[in-house]
Design a binder for this molecule. Structure first.
Ligand code: SF4
Length: 218
C-alpha cells in the first residue's frame, strides 16, 4: 500500500492544515491517526479543523500531570475532538520502574501502547518540530517509517516557537497551565522538570540521564 507512495517535494512549504488535507486525500480518514502529547493545542486544532473527526490519541502513561489530563479534556470538549485514550496493557500497573529503568518504563507505557494505537493505520501524524531541539533538527514533514510500516507525518516540523505562539493567539487557543511555570516540554511528571531561560526546550525531559527521546520518535 503506502510503500509505493511518492511523498511530494514541497511539503515544507505547505501550511500544516494543508499537509493534513494532503494526508487525508492520500490515505483517507480511517487510515490516519494523530498522537498528541497535549502540551499545546496547536497540533490537535490543526488536525481537527483540517480533517474533522480524525482519530486523535493520547497515550496515558499512568504518570501524566493532572494538568495535562485536564487540558486534554478541555480541548476535547472545546474542539469536539475524536479523542481516544490508550492505556498500557492491563498487567502494567503503577510501579517504581521510572526510578530504576526508564527505558523499560517508556517501553511498556509509551512504545507498546503506541504500537497498538497505530496498528492498521497507513499514516501517523505527530507534533514533532525541528525547533524542539538538536535531536529533531532535521525532522521531515513526511517520511516513510520503515520500522513501523507507515508514513509518519510531522505537519508542524517547520514551525518555530513564534509560529506556535502566533497560531495559538490567532485561533484563541488555551495554553497548558504548566507552560507559565517554566515547563517548555511536558511529558510524565517523574521525568519532566522546568527549564531555565536559554536551555533547550527538551532539557527538562529525563534531566540527568542520557535519554532524550521516549522511543516514539527516535
Ligand atoms: S517518561 Fe518517565 S514515567 Fe513516563 S513512561 Fe518514560 S520513564 Fe516512565
Amino acid at each position: 500500500m503506502t510503500a509505493s507512495l511518492a511523498i511530494p517535494r514541497g511539503l515544507d512549504d505547505l501550511h500544516p492544515a494543508d499537509v493534513l488535507r494532503w494526508a487525508n486525500d492520500q490515505f483517507g480518514l480511517a487510515n490516519l491517526v494523530v498522537t498528541a502529547s497535549f502540551e499545546d493545542a496547536v497540533l490537535v486544532h490543526v488536525a481537527a479543523t483540517a480533517v474533522p473527526g480524525i482519530d486523535i490519541v493520547l497515550l496515558d502513561t499512568q504518570y501524566l500531570f493532572a494538568e495535562t489530563e485536564w487540558f486534554a479534556e478541555e480541548l476535547r470538549t472545546r474542539l469536539d475532538l475524536n479523542l481516544r485514550v490508550v492505556h498500557p496493557l492491563a498487567e502494567v500497573q503503577p510501579d517504581n520502574l521510572w526510578q530504576t529503568d526508564i527505558e523499560a518504563c517508556c517501553h511498556v507505557r509509551k512504545v507498546e501502547p503506541l504500537a497498538r494505537a497505530i496498528a492498521g493505520k497507513q499514516a501517523w501524524v505527530t507534533g514533532v518540530r525541528r525547533a524542539d531541539g538538536p535531536t529533531r533538527a532535521n525532522a521531515p514533514v513526511a517520511v516513510y517509517d520503515i520500522g513501523r510500516g507507515l508514513v509518519k507525518i510531522n505537519p508542524l516540523a517547520t514551525y518555530s516557537d513564534d509560529d506556535m505562539a502566533l497560531y495559538t493567539q490567532l485561533h484563541d487557543l488555551p495554553i497548558h497551565p504548566l507552560i507559565d511555570k517554566g515547563y517548555a516540554s511536558i511529558g510524565c511528571w517523574p521525568c519532566t522538570r522546568p527549564v531555565a531561560p536559554g536551555e533547550d526546550k527538551r532539557a527538562g525531559r529525563w534531566a540527568g540521564a542520557a535519554k532524550t527521546e521516549c522511543g516514539l520518535h527516535g
